[in-house]
Unconditional design. Structure first.
Lengths: 325, 349
């Protein structure tokens, strides 16, 4: 039986603004085991990135985690002190951002930054720290790490910078990595290289990985489990096969259908009508209701989650199983 | 075959940083280096037939956006020529030059940076037809209303500003503005890349609809192969300033011949492939400042031979409508039958 790494229950992260409360994350439950890759999928504004930030205690005012629990290896991170969080971040839990320059300081050699990270969490000499940094760079496929460790971030290409950011995340062999759209800005062949490294590393090191992305294709190929977010909630979850082959939520179905496939030529793409609701003007009840072809009066009240944390959905009119055929 | 609408003939485009007087003196005296030349386009040839949708695919730095701008007449060429209806657009003067510019319009990736935030939507869409006298001044509001309807925007929103619209709606504004001067040729430069998946489908459907209704010709620049496959009649693949392969859409997806095209197709993430073991093209995209000798792809190509390191492979016709620039198999490119052979060799050696 695999070990549970992370348990998130009823997480709510709200932003108090002069115009009202933005419920960016509004009741999210997540479970992640060691060695598992979970794809957290959603469109802009769905709350997927804020979910990631909340787990690390990185939400800045006016945002605040107002409710819920985040259990990491049994420890409640919401109750943890600032010092305790600092000790965990970069050591047991690491984050990779879409833009590696958010991680890297442009005026310091990457070696300097990596040695700093190593020594923040481990009592080792500078030379040992440098050796660890060099090994991490080698691990993510940076050629000639011995030389490149003395380069500045601007001397690397975008893909190489992202590798450096991943190497920094891996320095202390964390138990959990949260990756927020780390390959979105990269070219296809470079994305593929990074995905290959990430896949290998999670397999070898038994880390848990939350891969936040809007790209269903990447998640399908990389992850075992997937959670689909819409308007601050997880609307569907399950294994990649379950969710992508037999989606139960009309939004998931709509997302899949709107991707152009091989046989779609010559006919209009199936599109989801309308736009995602603005964070301050979410409709009452099911937030997907105004864009949903199945909506009825029942949808004016909020659907609760059907199923459990391994396979579930929030919908009054789940799609029938035969949709998969 | 009829005359193509657009004919790009061995176009080369270099970008050089401008030097000031002091720097030029320093260079003359040998105290400073000549500014580096970016080889954005290296003898690119391309034809686009009337009514055709050509997908232009490549990774960053391959020159696809530069080519789009050159074709639209926004950038002068360093060498070579771009002809429209058989006439070199660089030689056009006065009225003819203006008409040519209007007939080709471009739709950009980021609608927010290509729409003036201080202008109302009605002004943005109506400005060009008013200035160019496309319709009498008094009829501009009616034209704007018609265009907004055509791209699926509520004409009642004519007095709003760009920031009051969502990303998908802004892209519709960009499309309406392009259509306002009655173009017959649109260059779409990553026009849907910044949109959410569910909104992408809406905009793609709109473009296809408009193309049919108005008989447009499209150059669709994108890095997203699944979208390109959906929308294009023909696909052109670029790598580091050169066209490496061009073929009808089904042919390039069924029988790609260039090892780079094959790698691209293999590595596009797909939702029907699970737990994929990524098997990747090694190495990085070289810099267009200092492209490798011979075939630009040779440092990353698993099949590179000696000749690939020395000589540029010419773009030759491998079968009807299918051109490829690769030395393998006497210029026919890398064929699937040899794929297996080669990989087996690779494994055993």
């Amino acid at each position: 039986m695999s070990e549970t790494l992370l348990e998130v229950r009823n997480l709510k992260t709200w932003f108090e603004t002069p115009k009202g409360t933005v419920k960016a994350v509004d009741g999210v439950d997540l479970t992640l085991n060691r060695g598992e890759i979970l794809g957290l999928v959603g469109e802009s504004g769905s709350g997927k990135s804020i979910t990631g930030f909340s787990l690390l205690g990185l939400v800045d005012p006016p945002g605040k985690v107002v409710e819920g629990s985040i259990l990491f290896k049994g420890e409640d991170l919401r109750a943890a002190s600032v010092r305790r969080l600092q000790a965990l971040r970069g050591d047991r839990i690491a984050m990779i951002f879409q833009d590696p320059m958010m991680t890297l300081n442009p005026v310091l050699r990457i070696g300097t930054q990596m040695i700093e990270t190593v020594r923040a969490h481990a009592k080792v000499s500078k030379d040992e720290a440098r050796a660890m940094a060099r090994d991490a760079l080698g691990m993510v496929g940076i050629p000639r790490p011995e030389e490149r460790i003395d380069a500045y971030p601007h001397e690397f290409s975008g893909g190489m910078r992202q590798r450096v950011a991943i190497a920094i995340a891996l320095l202390h062999k964390p138990d959990l990595i949260i990756a927020d759209e780390p390959t979105t800005a990269l070219d296809v062949t470079i994305q593929s290289q990074i995905l290959s490294e990430v896949q290998k590393l999670t397999r070898e090191m038994g880390m848990g990985l939350i891969w936040i992305s809007h790209d269903l294709g990447v998640v399908a190929e990389l992850a075992q489990n997937v959670a689909v977010m819409y308007a601050g909630r997880i609307v569907e979850r399950g294994t990649v096969d379950q969710v992508l082959d037999t989606p139960m939520h009309p939004y998931t179905r709509g997302l899949i259908d709107s991707l152009p496939m091989e046989n779609d030529r010559g006919q209009p793409l199936k599109q989801i009508p309308g736009n995602a609701p603005p964070p301050l003007g979410r409709p009452k009840g099911c937030p997907f209701r105004p864009r949903c072809g199945f909506a009825t009066d029942a949808c004016l009240s909020e659907p609760s989650e059907t199923g459990d944390l391994s396979r579930g959905w929030r919908c009054f009119h789940p799609l029938a199983q035969e949709v998969s055929a | 075959m009829n005359q193509p609408l657009i004919k790009v003939d061995t176009v080369t485009k270099h970008f050089v940083r401008k030097t000031d007087v002091a720097e030029r003196i320093a260079i003359r005296a040998g105290l400073a280096e000549e500014p580096k030349i970016v080889h954005a386009l290296d003898e690119v040839s391309l034809e686009i037939a009337k009514g055709e949708v050509v997908g232009l695919v490549g990774e960053s730095g391959c020159g696809k956006s530069t080519l789009g701008r050159v074709v639209a007449g926004m950038l002068p060429v360093t060498a070579g020529s771009v002809a429209r209806d058989g006439q070199d657009i660089a030689t056009l003067k006065g009225r003819a030059a203006k008409d040519n510019r209007l007939a080709t319009q471009i739709i950009f990736q980021d609608p927010m940076s290509s729409l003036n935030p201080r202008k109302k939507v009605g002004e943005i869409i109506g400005e060009a037809p008013r200035l160019h006298g496309i319709v009498p001044r008094g009829e501009v509001p009616a034209l704007v209303e018609k265009l907004m309807g055509q791209v699926g925007l509520d004409p009642a929103m004519v007095n709003r500003y760009p920031h009051q619209f969502s990303g998908g709606q802004r892209q519709r504004i960009g499309i309406a503005r392009a259509l306002a001067v009655n173009p017959d040729f649109l260059v779409c430069d990553e026009s849907i890349a910044a949109l959410d998946v569910s909104i992408q489908a809406q905009v793609i459907n709109l473009l296809v609809q408009l193309k049919q209704d108005l008989g447009l010709t499209l150059l669709f620049i994108s890095h997203d192969l699944s979208v390109v496959r959906y929308i294009s009649d023909r696909v052109v693949i670029m790598y580091l300033g050169r066209v490496v392969e061009s073929a009808p859409t089904h042919q390039i997806f069924d029988r790609p011949r260039h090892p780079y095209t094959q790698a691209l197709l293999e590595e596009i993430p797909r939702i029907d492939r699970r737990g994929h073991r990524f098997n990747t093209v090694k190495g990085e995209i070289p810099s267009p400042v200092n492209p490798p000798k011979g075939c630009h792809f040779h440092p990353r190509c698993p099949f590179a031979m000696d000749i690939c390191r020395q000589e540029r492979p010419p773009l030759v016709t491998a079968e009807t409508g299918h051109t490829v620039a690769c030395h393998l198999n006497g210029g026919a490119g890398h064929l699937p039958a040899t794929t297996q052979q080669q990989t087996q060799q690779g494994v055993s050696s």
